[in-house]
Design a protein around this ligand. Structure first.
Ligand SMILES: Cc1c2[nH]c(c1CCC(=O)O)Cc1[nH]c(c(CCC(=O)O)c1C)Cc1[nH]c(c(CCC(=O)O)c1C)Cc1[nH]c(c(C)c1CCC(=O)O)C2
Length: 343
């Protein structure tokens, strides 16, 4: 079998599957002791540029849990760092930018990304695709809005105040910044797909901070640019954000095949808002992994049931695995999804 015929890729395309595919956002990471061991003493962004380490970390949850896909171990800010912007990932905080990007002149510090700046990314993907065999690799990038928020604010933000002020106060600069970020994310994804990734996910994690009108006016066209480029490369596209209940249809219309649904929106509501054009991904609450097994099992069965009325359903959490999660619960959950959904 080839990854293009795997349950994950088939579900993304709305084709029949032998069982519901399942993977977890942040499946590679701090919930796994083997991850903490290999990362010891190595900074996050350095670890993302070492093909041996990237391949090992990406494979860890595949070996352990038997998930239906690997997600490339990297970060949404890796391509931004690769073009030379001074940025770090501070443990327990997130991405921090030394000098935020807030003027036209600042854009000079954010040149376009060319594949020759990231030969290690192709190398990592090639190693992985060889090791993964029939299991698909999901490539990913950050969407322009979520990246812009880190760059404009200088770090993680609750209210995205400076970002929204820029968006509304200087739309020309906003559009120039987002167009550049769209180029960078497109180039980062294209390298992953050309080296063998079978699916892509565009993370617009913080898009839920926007009204639908602002999303459609200031953000959707830039994300649409990235998704259209991936459509031309022929891979299915997953589009995900948190708190995006009001934006689901607009995120689909940006050019997705699969729309990620977080745990705040019930799948039947999401499916109604999306219509029958898109597959859905989600949406087990990551906090439920801390509940008694019976409760988690009940919720998972319900979500599997609800997903049957979608064009396709990829089971996932509504957001990333929390670092304190017991990894054995994730393994058990994969088994449950496969058993309950087997046709
Ligand atoms: C917003 C965002 C970022 N990075 C990412 C997003 C979008 C997804 C989401 O909404 O969560 C995307 C991302 N980051 C990482 C992955 C790897 C693949 C996977 O999902 O398993 C992916 C897909 C590794 C990582 N990226 C990061 C870690 C933790 C760093 C560590 O282990 O030291 C991992 C495994 C760091 C990071 N990077 C970022 C944050 C907020 C953090 C957490 C900071 C912290 O709590 O310490 C920015």
């Amino acid at each position: 079998m080839n990854p293009a015929e795997s349950p994950l890729v088939r579900a993304a395309r709305g084709l029949p599957v032998p069982h519901a595919p399942v993977w977890f956002m942040r499946q590679a990471g701090r919930s796994l002791p083997e991850y903490r061991a290999v990362r010891e003493g190595i900074a996050m962004l350095d670890s993302c540029r070492r093909p041996d380490l990237v391949a090992e970390i990406t494979m860890q949850p595949v070996r352990r849990h038997g998930v239906d896909a690997a997600i490339f171990f990297s970060d949404i800010v890796v391509p931004v760092a690769a073009v030379g912007l001074e940025i770090d990932i501070v443990p327990g905080v997130g991405p921090v930018v030394a000098e935020p990007v807030r003027t036209h002149a600042d854009l000079d510090r954010l040149p376009e990304l060319t594949p020759d700046a990231i030969p290690d990314i192709s190398e990592s993907v090639r190693l992985l695709v060889a090791e993964l065999g029939e299991t698909p690799l999901i490539g990913f990038a950050g969407a322009p809005f979520t990246l812009a928020s880190y760059l404009v604010e200088g770090g993680p933000s609750r209210n995205h105040v400076k970002t929204k002020a820029l968006m509304h106060g200087d739309p020309d600069l906003w559009n120039a910044l987002c167009a550049r970020l769209a180029q960078i994310s497109t180039a980062f994804l294209a390298v992953q797909v050309e080296a063998g990734a079978s699916v892509v996910q565009l993370f617009d994690s913080w898009a839920g901070a926007l009204s639908r009108a602002d999303y459609e006016r200031y953000v959707q066209p830039h994300s649409a640019h990235v998704l259209a480029a991936m459509g031309e490369l022929g891979v299915p596209r997953i589009h995900f954000g948190v708190g995006t209940g009001e934006l689901l249809a607009s995120m689909g219309a940006a050019g997705a095949d699969v729309v990620g649904v977080d745990y705040r929106v019930a799948l039947p509501d999401a499916i109604e808002r999306l219509g029958d054009r898109y597959a859905v991904q989600g949406n087990i609450d990551p906090a439920l992994l801390f509940a008694p097994w019976d409760a988690l099992q009940r919720e998972t069965r319900r979500i599997l049931d609800e997903g049957r009325s979608a064009k396709g359903h990829i089971v996932n959490l509504g957001h990333g695995v929390l670092p304190e999660t017991d990894p054995d619960v994730l393994t058990r959950l994969v088994g449950l999804v496969h058993d309950v959904s087997a046709r």
